[in-house]
Design a binder for this molecule. Structure first.
Ligand code: F0G
Length: 526
């Protein structure tokens, strides 16, 4: 083997460089609960308290013993992991269990059909694809219905039982011809319908939202750096600002349109209008994760729900980060009264061992044909379905003890973050979130006195430098996100102890003191 090759970084070398500059280029060799282990200079394992929690994919922690035991049992028992195009009762059980819990939380008994996938972005794309299939079918059903009306008008005019009044020509900006009175009317309706139906669908998403980085999903993700270079590859989304609901009225006024048809009433032909289903879907996170832990307000939720109901725009509620118990319920959105046409779940669904995601669509929107046009080699595999069933069992057991733990542990962590913020209002700007999905935002430091702090802030690296210090000085792992560089995210497991919360308090206090005293030289970055 070429010895050079052994050390040259070929797996995303640029990223490795970035990690190095913030002191975050650490290899973890073992994980257990909320702890990851790195090797020190002597090759000894050193524990690191993990508040990043696999970007929120570890609701029961790293290598939870019960989940690991189940995984072992499956592998030792020779479970056929990949048996595509066969009967999958375990997938059906998982879908049924998800339904049972969702029905309880939403107070409904309408079935949600499940399409399995492998990653969060993939589940989002499955939902969007399904919504578009449904929209296209709704457009063609409306056009067919309108064509039947036109046919009836044609028969009535031909057999003399109906006439075409002047108002119809005026409405369509055409003229009454000398011969066939319906010909220009039908031509104009057909032309306008053709034009309208060919319009690209409109996607709505919230500013600050994150729904993945694949070709389709990245266009629904707000961060321009992720989205803009690939604009030509995907769909066009309109981003709606949070807290400015009147923006939805503007969107509606600009985008809505009608499909036209004819009817016969009292011996006269009339033009009828049907709403053109132009909105493919409205995507939102009940709590934005990558966007810096932004909780959707009850007021915004109500307005979005009303808009979706009034315009027949399907709601895709992305619970990939907020779901699976993290905020005390399977669906964080069930606490805000939102009712999704679609839900996406991923991250913790695989129990921290499998890669699994699911897209759920309510029966009233469901199109069975979707099953024939969407699939993946790896989706719906036995290993991930059984582990997801295990995760649900662990969430639900003892009357939902894990949900209560998430709420209670989250509240304890939030109270501590709040305590630090209150002690350092000059440094700490905000504490946000719910349950075990929390954010701690610092004030902007781009005008800071200390050059190291100021330059880090100016370069958009402030949060990463703080993360580096937390890791190297305090053995605590957490990060900001690319979309919210001044906000640290905390997404530990339900196993979080008071001692672990105490360690974070101490570490954050140290960071706040450094910032207050502008003692950038005390930041430990390697
Ligand atoms: N939707 C949400 C709400 C997410 O938080 C993520 C990922 C995705 C979709 C995409 O999932 O990575 O499995 O394809 N969020 C990570 C984060 C990357 O940093 O919050 P994926």
């Amino acid at each position: 083997m070429n010895p050079e090759l052994a050390v040259t970084e070929l797996a995303e070398p640029y990223l490795r460089g970035l990690l190095t500059s913030a002191g975050l280029d650490v290899e973890y060799v073992r994980g257990e609960g909320n702890t990851l282990y790195r090797l020190d200079a002597k090759g000894q394992e050193t524990p690191v308290l993990d508040y990043a929690g696999g970007y929120g994919s570890l609701i029961f922690g790293h290598n939870n013993p019960e989940i690991v035991a189940r995984a072992r049992e499956l592998v030792d028992g020779g479970v056929p992991v990949h048996a595509q195009f066969s009967f999958h009762p375990y997938a059906n059980r998982l879908a049924a269990e998800l339904n049972r819990i969702i029905h309880r939380e939403l107070g409904t008994d309408e079935p949600y059909y499940a399409t399995f996938a492998n990653s969060g972005a993939e589940a989002v794309e499955a939902a969007v694809k399904h919504a578009e299939l449904d929209r296209v079918l709704r457009v063609s059903e409306t056009l067919e219905e309108l064509a039947a009306g036109v046919e009836r008008a044609r028969t009535a005019v031909d057999d003399g039982s109906a006439t075409v009044p002047d108002a119809v020509y005026a409405q369509l900006a055409t003229e009454r011809p000398a011969d066939d009175p319906l010909a220009p009317v039908i031509d104009e309706i057909t032309r306008r319908n053709g034009e309208r139906a060919a319009q690209a669908p409109v996607f709505l998403a919230l500013e600050g939202g994150f729904h993945g980085k694949l070709m389709g999903s990245v266009q629904l993700t707000h961060n321009e750096a992720y989205r803009a270079p690939f604009a030509a590859l995907g769909v066009r989304a309109r981003f709606v600002p949070r807290g400015r609901p009147e923006a939805l009225d503007e969107v509606l006024a600009q985008e809505r349109g009608v499909l036209l048809g004819l009817t016969v009433e009292d011996g006269e032909v009339r033009v009828v209008e049907r709403e053109h289903p132009v909105f493919c879907a409205f995507l939102l996170e009940p709590i934005q994760g990558e966007g810096g832990i932004q909780v959707l307000s009850d007021e915004d939720a109500r307005i979005i729900q009303e808009f979706a109901d009034a315009t027949d725009c399907p709601l895709i509620i992305d619970e990939i980060q907020s779901g699976l118990g993290r905020t005390g319920t399977l669906l964080a959105s069930s606490q805000t009264g939102l009712r999704g046409d679609y839900y996406t779940l991923a991250k913790s669904l695989g129990g921290g061992l499998a890669k699994a995601s699911v897209m759920l669509v309510r029966q009233t929107r469901y199109r069975a044909q979707f099953e024939l046009v969407h699939s993946s080699t790896f989706a719906k595999d036995a290993f991930s379905c059984y582990l997801a069933l295990k995760v649900l069992e662990m969430l639900e057991r003892d009357g939902g003890r894990a949900y209560r733990q998430a709420t209670e542990r989250g509240a304890a962590l939030q109270a501590t973050l709040e305590k630090v913020r209150t002690a350092f209002p000059d440094v700490a700007k905000d504490v946000r979130g719910r349950g075990l999905m929390l954010g701690f935002e610092f004030h902007d430091q781009s005008e800071a006195e200390h050059p190291a702090i100021r330059e880090a802030a100016a370069g958009g690296l402030f949060g990463y430098v703080i993360a580096g210090h937390l890791l190297n000085r305090h053995s605590i792992r957490t990060f900001p996100t690319a979309s919210a560089v001044n906000t640290l995210r905390f997404e530990p497991s339900v196993l979080l102890t008071d001692e672990e919360i105490g360690r974070l308090e101490e570490a954050l206090t140290d960071v706040c003191v450094i910032l207050r005293e502008q003692a950038g030289e005390r930041l430990v970055l390697s």
